[in-house]
Write a protein that binds this ligand. Structure first.
Ligand SMILES: NC(=O)c1ccc[n+]([C@@H]2O[C@H](COP(=O)([O-])OP(=O)(O)OC[C@H]3O[C@@H](n4cnc5c(N)ncnc54)[C@H](O)[C@@H]3O)[C@@H](O)[C@H]2O)c1
Length: 406
C-alpha cells in the first residue's frame, strides 16, 4: 500500500502521537508535522497542575528532545496551515510555502472560548491552555493576590487549587448550579465543592461575571449577575473550548460540532483524516457521534489512524478515560456517564476515597473515582470488554471486583 507523504496539521498530543506511531508501525515515507506553538511538542496536563505550581523549565514538558525528530525523520515544521487544496493535495502555509501530501491528518485541536464582556481584553485577564499561558500565569500568581476564576470546569478548578496553594485569595464564578456539571455526577461535584471550600476557595454557583472593572490598565474586580462586586487583581477564564474546524470547513469538508469523520476517523475525503479534540467521530461502541476533549482520545485516535495508514484498518473503539488532580485529590473517570439513570456509591466518602458507579438501564456505563485508583483500573478493564457488575455488587466493598474480570 502506498500512502505517499503524510502531513499532520497540529503537533499537540494527537499530532505528535500519530507521527511517532507511524514510525513505530514501520511507515517509511515522509512525515511532516506542522507545529504552530513556538515550542517543541509538549504535554498539556501539567500546565494546570505541576508545571503551574513548580519551578521546572519548559524542557520538562517536552514529549521528546529535538534530536528525536531528526533521528525518526519526522520533519517538524514551524508554521501555520492557512488552506488546503484537496484537488492538488497541497497544504498552504502562512509563510507561502506548500506541503504536498498523500494523506493529510487534521489534528488541529481546540482553542479557548473567549469571554465576551467589557474589559475582557485587559492584560490581567488570562486563559490557560498553552505553555506560554501557563508560564506567564505561574510567574504572576503571588501570596495574597486576589484572583477571580471564571468557570468551575477542569481548568478553573485545577487552577484555583494551585493558586490557593500558592497563597492567593480565590473566588470561583460558575454559571451552572454545581461544579464540573458537564462532566461528572452530582455526588462528585458536591465532594469537590466541599474540598475546595475547606481549602479556603470561595465558590459562587449559578452566577456569571457581567463586567470586569479596571483602573484603566489593570483589573480591579468584577460585577456579578446577582448584583455583587468582587475585588480582584487577576482574572483567569476557563469557560470551555471551541474545536478548530475552520481549515476543514473552508476546504469543503463536512463540519458540525467538530470535523465530521467516520468510524475509521476518515473525513468525506478519502485522503484526509481528523483526530483528537477537533474530530466528531462516529462511534460504533456508543452509537451516534462523539467529540471528546482528552489526552486518551487524542492518543488513541492517533494510534488508530497510524495503524490504518500502515495496512491495519480497524474501526476506532477507544474507551474514554480521563483524570483531574485538584489539590490533594485525584479524580479519575472511565466510560461515558451521559444519560445514566442510577448512581451507586462504593467506598468511604468521609475518608475521601470513593467511587460513583453509573448505570443506564441496569448496565454499568461509567465509573468516577476519587482517590480510588483500583476502582478506576477495574473499570477500564471491565468496560473495555463491555462487562458489567450489578449495582449491589458495586455498592458492596466486600465484593472482590477482580472476580468480575475474566
Ligand atoms: N484533567 C484534565 O484532563 C483537564 C484539565 C484541564 C483542562 N482540560 C481540558 O481543557 C479544556 C478546557 O477546560 P475548561 O475547564 O475550560 O472547560 P469545561 O467545559 O470543562 O468547563 C467550563 C466551565 O465553565 C462554565 N462556564 C461557561 N460559561 C461560563 C460563564 N460565562 N461564566 C461562568 N462559568 C461559565 C461551564 O458551566 C463549565 O463548568 C477541556 O477540553 C478540558 O477537558 C482537561
Amino acid at each position: 500500500m502506498t500512502v505517499g507523504p503524510v502531513v499532520i496539521i497540529g503537533a499537540g498530543h494527537a499530532g505528535f502521537q500519530l507521527a511517532m506511531s507511524l514510525r513505530q508501525h514501520g511507515f517509511s515515507e515522509r512525515i511532516a508535522l506542522l507545529n504552530d506553538e513556538g515550542h517543541l511538542p509538549y504535554q498539556r496536563p501539567p500546565l494546570s497542575k505541576a508545571y503551574l505550581k513548580g519551578t521546572s523549565g519548559p524542557d520538562s514538558l517536552m514529549f521528546r528532545p529535538e534530536k528525536f525528530y531528526s533521528d525518526q525523520k519526522i520533519d517538524l515544521i514551524a508554521g501555520r496551515a492557512v488552506s488546503i487544496d484537496r484537488a492538488a493535495r497541497k497544504v498552504l502555509l502562512a509563510s507561502g510555502a506548500f506541503l504536498d501530501y498523500g494523506h493529510l491528518v487534521l489534528a488541529t485541536g481546540a482553542r479557548n472560548r473567549l469571554l465576551d464582556i467589557p474589559n475582557a481584553n485587559l492584560d490581567s485577564v488570562r486563559y490557560l491552555r498553552t505553555l506560554d499561558e501557563s508560564q506567564s500565569l505561574r510567574d504572576y500568581i503571588a501570596p495574597g493576590q486576589r484572583v477571580i476564576v471564571i468557570g468551575a470546569g477542569f481548568i478553573g478548578l485545577e487552577f484555583a487549587a494551585t493558586a490557593r496553594a500558592k497563597g492567593a485569595e480565590v473566588d470561583v464564578i460558575e454559571l451552572a448550579p454545581r461544579v464540573m456539571a458537564r462532566a461528572v455526577t452530582a455526588e462528585i461535584s458536591e465532594y469537590f465543592q466541599s474540598r475546595h471550600a475547606a481549602a479556603g476557595i470561595r465558590i459562587h454557583l449559578g452566577v456569571q461575571v457581567t463586567s470586569i472593572e479596571s483602573d484603566g490598565s489593570n483589573v480591579t474586580g468584577a460585577s456579578l449577575s446577582d448584583g455583587r462586586h468582587i475585588k480582584a487583581d487577576l482574572i483567569v477564564v476557563g469557560v470551555g473550548v471551541l474545536p478548530n474546524v475552520e481549515l476543514a470547513a473552508e476546504a469543503g469538508l463536512p463540519v458540525a460540532a467538530g470535523i465530521v469523520v467516520d468510524e475509521h476517523l476518515l473525513t468525506a475525503d478519502p485522503n484526509i483524516s481528523a483526530v483528537g479534540d477537533c474530530a466528531l467521530y462516529a462511534s460504533p461502541r456508543f452509537g451516534g457521534s462523539l467529540r471528546l476533549e482528552s489526552v486518551q482520545n487524542a492518543t488513541d485516535h492517533a494510534r488508530c489512524v497510524a495503524a490504518r495508514l500502515t495496512g491495519d484498518a480497524k474501526p476506532y473503539d477507544g474507551l474514554p478515560w480521563f483524570w483531574s488532580d485538584q489539590g490533594p485529590d485525584k479524580l479519575q473517570m472511565v466510560g461515558l456517564t451521559t444519560g445514566y439513570d442510577r448512581v451507586v456509591m462504593r467506598g468511604d466518602r468521609a475518608q475521601g476515597a470513593f467511587s460513583a458507579f453509573c448505570y443506564k438501564s441496569g448496565q454499568l456505563v461509567g465509573i468516577e473515582s476519587v482517590n480510588r485508583a483500583g476502582d478506576h483500573m477495574f473499570g477500564r478493564r471491565l468496560l473495555a470488554a463491555n462487562g458489567s457488575i450489578t449495582p449491589e455488587q458495586a455498592a458492596d466493598t466486600g465484593f472482590d471486583l477482580k472476580s468480575a474480570l475474566t
